[in-house]
Design a protein around this ligand. Structure first.
Ligand code: NDP
Length: 305
């Protein structure tokens, strides 16, 4: 039987409705400031969607767009000014920043109470101690997909491929908090398929198109694909997509030069997994929804309900 598809859209919509309802009940309007530097086209798309969704849910949104030659000191000043403003509850600095900027120093300058991306060491530390904190949006979204799809986490073996600070590590922490038995794999892991095949829940956050194959997936595992990659090679696309899916993928390559693929080979995952998040249409949709949830949570924690 083919895997059950875990669609992100209805879950993201439900979370956004819950956030909008919570915003309506507040005696103030939560505010999110998004700082973008330069003209990276992907960043422009992500920021556009964050700003639009913030406004749709009844919150105040401020988009601060700076020239790529901004200095470290100027960017730090912007963050400090946002820290001091009472109408701003969440601050997000869109990555990547230009090469001359020390992004660690910028992210650490954000008031941890307004750190809606959950990247500040204070929030990372609180998460690892199981304390209330602002949690990185993408891994938090994965937990929502699992829970709202009634996939049991407690007591099960979750394997995370990837150990980045923004996805892999916080993902592992959140799964641990949900009482999974957690294994983290990375580029130095030996015999990766032998480990990942043991997973009841397999999370792929690698950054390599279609890397996770059938041999990595245990029968009936829940497979969550965090990856977002562009594939432009038609022969490679033929290895990734089923006969049913392939024509529209080839048409996308023809039309805009690429099609979006996760870190999992979707054709093989559909044959082996019990359930599987599609790309696009899976985890990616949750990231903005969770940012909205974090903004309201930050606002309520700082200002009270
Ligand atoms: P990073 O490049 O920071 O981390 C990739 C991780 O994968 C590293 O820990 C690396 O190991 C591991 N890895 C690389 N090659 C292998 C291999 N051959 N075998 C096992 N492990 C390997 O990526 P991110 O965590 O930032 O992102 C991961 C993916 O998620 C990307 O596709 C990205 O586009 C996507 N993403 C999606 C988001 C969304 O909203 N859906 C948000 C953020 C990211 P090592 O540490 O040893 O180098």
């Amino acid at each position: 039987m083919p895997a059950q598809l875990l669609q992100g859209k209805p879950i993201a919509e439900a979370i956004k409705s819950e956030v909008a309802a919570e915003v309506m009940g507040l005696h103030f309007r939560p505010g999110l400031a998004v700082v973008r530097v330069g003209e990276d086209p992907a960043s422009a798309v992500y920021v556009g969607s964050k700003v639009r969704t913030t406004e749709e849910l009844g919150m105040y949104s401020e988009h601060i767009h700076m020239q790529p030659d901004i200095t470290q000191a100027e960017l730090l000043n912007i963050v400090r000014e946002l820290n001091a403003r009472n109408d701003i509850d969440g601050i997000l600095v869109q990555l990547p920043l230009p090469g001359h900027i020390n992004d660690r120093e910028i992210l650490e300058a954000i008031d941890p109470a307004k750190d809606v991306d959950g990247f500040h060491p204070m929030n990372v530390g609180r998460l690892s101690q199981g304390l209330e904190s602002l949690v990185p949006c993408t891994p938090a979204g994965v937990i929502e997909i699992l829970k709202r799809s009634n996939i049991e986490i407690a007591g099960r073996h979750a394997v995370v491929i990837g150990r980045s600070n923004i996805v892999g590590k916080p993902m592992a922490m959140l799964l641990l908090q949900e009482n999974a038995t957690v294994t983290i794999c990375h580029s130095r892991t030996r015999d990766l398929p032998a480990i990942t095949r043991q997973a009841d829940i397999l999370i792929a956050a690698i950054g390599r198109a279609g890397f996770v194959r059938g041999e990595h997936i245990g029968e009936n595992a829940a497979v969550v694909d965090v990856g977002i990659n562009n594939v432009s090679d038609k022969d490679f696309a033929a290895e990734l997509f089923s006969e049913e899916d392939l024509p529209k993928r080839l048409a996308a390559i023809e039309k805009r030069g690429f099609t979006l693929v996760g870190d999992v080979n979707p054709k093989e995952a559909m044959e082996r997994a019990g359930s599987f998040t599609p790309v696009p249409g899976g985890v990616g949709l949750l990231t903005v929804a969770m940012l909205m949830k974090n903004t309201v949570a930050a606002a309520v924690m700082r200002r009270g309900a």
